[in-house]
Design a protein around this ligand. Sequence first.
Ligand code: TYD
Length: 218
Amino acid sequence: MTNQSPGLFIAFEGGDGAGKSTQTARLAEALESRGLTVLRTREPGGTPIGEKLRSLVLDHGHGHIDAHTEALIFAASRAAHASQVIRPALAQGQIVLTDRYIDSSVAYQGAGRDLGTDAVRSLNEWATSGLQPDLTVLLDVDPVDGRVRRTAGDAAEDRLESEADDFHTRIREAFLELAASRPAAYLVLPAHLPVTELAARILTRVDGLLASSGRGAA
Ligand code: TYD
């Protein structure tokens, strides 16, 4: 089920170091400057329980976490996020921008951890009662570039980021397959384009969505 509410639901996806948070922030600013109400959120996290689950699953300090447990923790965080944050905001007509959603689990746990993309998708459709974005912006990043970008400035890598390059290559391929299977629901952009060009192309696509939903620019 896609989003049936008055709001607009946009997910940003991509490998680590793709620049999703920068682009989420740029889009939020552009829409807010027109007087639109935007909710910027992220996964894992977005709710108090989700933030706890985030540190459980990303910190190195909890020892080994098996792949099924990992997938269930991400899905649990997402269930809370969808029901407590995203659906209520959409029902109020807000524009919800999330940094990661179901596709991240399909790519990282389904393909990266080899749990199977169909199984992980079904788990997450159940967890969110089928709530799907109106648009997914996929910032496609080469895994080697992604590692260089995210470790710039000596930022520490979390449990998932520190996986080997072939893990990140499987994830990249899975994201691209998801986009290819439903092209109308995706905007795929090479992450290495200049920040301003990416922001402009994303805004153009979102403007199209706003216009077709009758909301237009304020
Ligand atoms: P993210 O918050 O995007 O990383 P950061 O803010 O550190 O740049 O995501 C954290 C990590 O969690 C990232 O490596 C991707 C991973 N992840 C999954 O494996 N499955 C999921 O369902 C989600 C939402 C994230």
